[in-house]
Write a protein that binds this ligand. Structure first.
Ligand SMILES: [Zn+2]
Length: 236
């Protein structure tokens, strides 16, 4: 077997650019996990999310549904089992946090995981057209958008161009402040309240989502991801 140095030398001699070679050298050998069947009920879909998060927390991801064959099979259609409204934060990728693969999740991400009209319409599309069984609103601790909303509420900073982002979070901040929370506890309580507000707001903003919930075709859940552990705690 060639050593890494010898392999690099061979690649460079063959004309590969140093940039590409450096990239290859930093990658572990490609592995693909199992292909898991699609959950067929909202209960099974929620269980799949919870199960995947447990693997993420334990550091034992399966990396399911990432084979080359599946990628090709899904090129012409998709039937994700879950939709996620998550924060744009770089540490909160839903596919990683619930150990999912290609075609599993329909994901909308925006700072503060707020329910914008476009995101809400996207989530309705996921349910009504693609058939997602479960919708997860995923907040996280130490959220910069919620932090900014708190600073605006306390008059420490003007909202400026962040106004469209922080205005929808203000009711959650107000609720957390009224409960007497301060400092880190205020941030945490505002994160939780914001998730709870968005879970409640989605069916109010979309008659289609409300109908899907009433008909038992969709369940909407809230969760908060702890960045250090990777654990998603339910918000009820
Ligand atoms: Zn965030």
């Amino acid at each position: 077997m060639l050593s890494r140095r010898a392999a690099l030398g061979a690649l460079l001699a063959a004309g590969a650019s140093p940039l590409v070679v450096a990239s290859c050298a930093n990658q572990a050998p490609t592995t693909t996990g199992p292909v898991l069947p699609r959950p067929s009920t909202p209960e099974d879909a929620l269980y799949r999310l919870q199960d995947g998060n447990q693997r993420f927390v334990a550091g034992t991801p399966l990396h399911p549904n990432q084979t080359l064959e599946l990628r090709q099979q899904l090129a012409g259609h998709q039937q994700p089992f879950a939709s996620v409204l998550g924060c744009a934060d770089s540490r909160t990728a839903p596919e990683l946090a619930v150990d999912a693969g290609i075609g599993d999740l329909f994901v909308c991400r925006v700072a503060g995981n707020i329910a914008t009209p476009a995101d809400t319409a996207s989530l309705l599309y996921a349910q009504a057209v693609l058939g997602t069984e479960v919708l997860l609103v995923l907040g996280h601790d130490n959220c910069g958008a919620v932090k900014t909303a708190i600073e605006v509420a306390e008059g420490k900073t003007p909202p400026g161009e962040f106004a469209p982002l922080v205005a929808p979070i203000q009711p959650a901040v107000a609720q957390a402040r009224q409960a007497g929370a301060t400092g880190d506890a205020l941030l945490h309580e505002a994160v939780v309240a914001n998730v709870r507000h968005v879970v409640a707001a989605l069916p109010e903003m979309s008659a289609g989502l409300a109908q899907a919930v009433r008909a038992g075709h969709l369940t909407i859940h809230g969760g908060v991801l702890t960045l250090s552990t990777g654990k998603i705690d339910p918000v009820t």
